[in-house]
Every structure is written in C-alpha cells, then in structure tokens.
Ligand binder design. Sequence first.
Ligand code: G6P
Length: 470
Amino acid sequence: MGDTGNMPAASLVIVANRLPVKRVEADEGSSWVTSPGGLVAALTPAMADYDDVAWLGWTGEDGASEEPFEHGGIHLVPVGLTGPERLLHYDGMSNGTLWPLYHDKVEPSEFHRHWYDGYGRINKRFADAAAASAGPGATVWVHDYQLQLVPGMLRAIRPDLKIGFFLHIPFPPPELFYQLPWRRTLTEGLLGADLVGFQTPEGANNFHRLALRLGLGSRRSKSALDVDGRTVQVKSFPIGIDNERYADMATSNAVIEAAQNLRAQLGNPHVVMLGVDRLDYTKGIDVRLRAFKELLADERLQASHVTMVQVAEPSRDRVDAYISLRERVEQMVGEINGDYGRVGFPVVHYIHQTRSFEELLALYRVADVMLITPFRDGMNLVAKEYVATRFDDTGALVLSEFAGAAHQLKDALVVNPYDIDAMKSTIEHAVGMGAEESRKRMKALRRSVKKHDAATWARSFLSSLAEQEA
Ligand code: G6P
C-alpha cells in the first residue's frame, strides 16, 4: 500500500482529474477552499451516505504529489503532475485528442503517441493511489475522459473493488471513435468497470456498440455486456444540480438586490440576454454572437432595446484551439460594439473572468433570455442553474439540441446551432416571448430540473453499482 497519511481505508473513493478544492494565497499563507459548483456539489449528498470518503485528484498546479489532507469532511489525496507530465496528459491527450474527438471534432483532434504514453503513466498513478486508499470491497467511482484507463488498471491490482465510471462529456459514435489509434486499450480500460455511465442514452448506446464491434464483450442485454465472465452495465444517468441551493439563494435579499443593481448598471435595458460558458470552442459562443450581430444588422433587434452579457470563463488557455477561439470571440465582440454601441452603452458586455456564485445568481436573475448554444455538450448545467433560479416563472431558455440537457429540458426553445437562420428566429422568439408562454414553459422546466437533481443522479448511479452481482 502507498502512503495515504493516516487515512483509514475508505469505503468510497472518488477519482477525478481535479480535487474539489483550489489553493488560495493570502498574506497569512495559503489555504484550500472548496471549488464552487462542479462535481463536489453534485456528489455531496451521496457522499454523506458513506463513513469514510477519499477523493483523489490533481490540484491544477505543476509539481510532485503533496501530502493527503482533510477538508470539508473528505480525505483529499493530491495526485501530482509535473509541468511536462501536464503537457502530455492534460493539455495533450485529454484536451488535444479526446475532448475534440468526443465533441464531434468541432476542432481537429491530434493523435500523438507520446501524449498517449504520458496519459497512460498518469492514469497508472491515479489507479495506484486509488488502490492504496480503498478499503476491502470498497466502491471506487472514477470520473471523466482524463481517466479512462483507470478502471482496467485498478481492477488488475484490486479485483475486490466495485468500480464505477461516469463520463461527463458526450461519447461519440464508434465510426468516429475508430479513428483513435488506441481505441482498443481505451475501451478495455473502461470495461474494467462494473458500471459505465453516460449522460445520455446515445452515449451509452454508442459505447455498447463500440465494445461489440471491437469484440471486447458480448451482448447480455441492451444495457449490459459480458466481458471475461463479468457483467458490465452500460447505462445513462443524466447529471443534475443542487436545485434547492440555487432556488433558495435566488430568493435571498442579497441576490435580489444584486440583480437590481446589475440591471441598473446595464442601463435598465428592456431585454437582457445572457451567455455563461467556459471559453470553449464547443460552446457555440461565436455562432451566438454572429446571430445577434445579424439580428441587429437586419433591424430585427434594436441595440437600444436589447443588451447581451457574455461571461466566458478562462479555460485551458495553453491549448492552441482555445487561444484562437479567444481571438475570434473578442474580435466579434469588438465589431458588434463598434458598429452598434454608444458611449457608455456597449451592446455586448464581455467578461473573460470567473464569477463568484453570488454574481452568477444575480446574472441569472437579470437574464430575460438565456442563450445556451453548444455544438455539442455532455449535459450543460448552466441551463439547469438558470432554470432553478426562475422562481417566478419568468425568462426564456434558448437551448441547443446538441446539449445533453435538451433531453430533460424539452420546454426550452430548442435550436440547431449550425442553422444560423433558425438561431436568429429562435432568439427573436425568446426576446419577444409573452408572459403566458414564459410561465408555461418555465414551470415545466423547473419541474424537470427539480426531478433530475444532483442527489438523484449520484444515488441512482451508486445504487446501480451496489446492486450489481459480484
Ligand atoms: C468539463 C469536464 C470536466 C472538467 C471541466 C473543466 O466539464 O467534463 O472533467 O473538469 O470541463 O475543465 P478543466 O479542464 O478546467 O478541468
């Protein structure tokens, strides 16, 4: 067993690329704070069902592994990556190969053997750390595309464990996946799990087909495979948010006041449109800006009437495709404001920063129209967060049909982001939506977000895993 500090063997081990905390530096020294939102928020209710929980992940900083520590009742085990390892595993294989490939190749995917070798080494480091943290017969839940080899590696060391894997991003059709030179080993890695979960039935079905096509398993049922005498379940579990937290905070005085101030700062426009995304080429930020620009040019929308706020959180900014996207988006924002803004009244307020939870809530409350237009997205929790804050059943949600969330949020204005004319008329529809239509749609949307919340997601995954026969 490796060094896990004083941790008693955990009954639940979460293995994710990132730890659920970030280091903050202050005059008194550095400390850890829980990352807002994200996976930890989704897992918190389910983690409370276990006595000892360990979470393995990367701190996001270059350097060797640090000592495990306790935070928020969880035993955190940092897995270190040096700068060169990060380039191969994170910037390279994870975000230069797998991310674009799994998102319909919206940008080209690069295949490099040294990236894959680095990815394998880091996956082994995670697998070894998980093996050292887990108690006998424990449950290990591995997350996302950065760690697809971990289930197989872990099973080889610790066959006593229950291993689950959940993919947070889309899983592509076998026809696309087949381009990967490492298609076989990656699939074998995933099949090391007892349960492989996806955001949508399409993702699950794509993986099921892939495993059969590669001859790595045989069909047991629509949602299960026989692999080397074991059963591997393959199912979809759409992730949700902590609905109550958003709904409660939205009605707090602090958020109501912040929203009023924000609207005044924007010049009290008739309509505020909002986009909140990581600055990622899958999110369709550019196409949304283009549709808005054309609507202004066609005079179907007036700059004096409609204001757009686009929060684009900095992300993966060492990867080339992200650098060029930033240039493209910022140029478009500049063009729109140059052509249609007035002194003191830009038409697009562009914020390339991470906003706090409270600020995000105020933005959601101010937004009359929420624009979620990804070319492909595993789920898109921003769509669900927006809905959860609309306690008064106002507002309109424009949602790409290629976001996993479109499966649950059927009462949104669903649009194909590749169809610019459809985007324009959908945005126009949203801007002009009457109170009665908003109310009807938002009521149904809120019901759906509440039903498919984070606790339901995590518990249903973990109980499917627990029910699986040994
Ligand atoms: C997506 C992925 C996560 C990832 C997050 C942020 O949601 O599914 O695994 O952590 O993006 O990206 P980053 O590269 O900053 O971790």
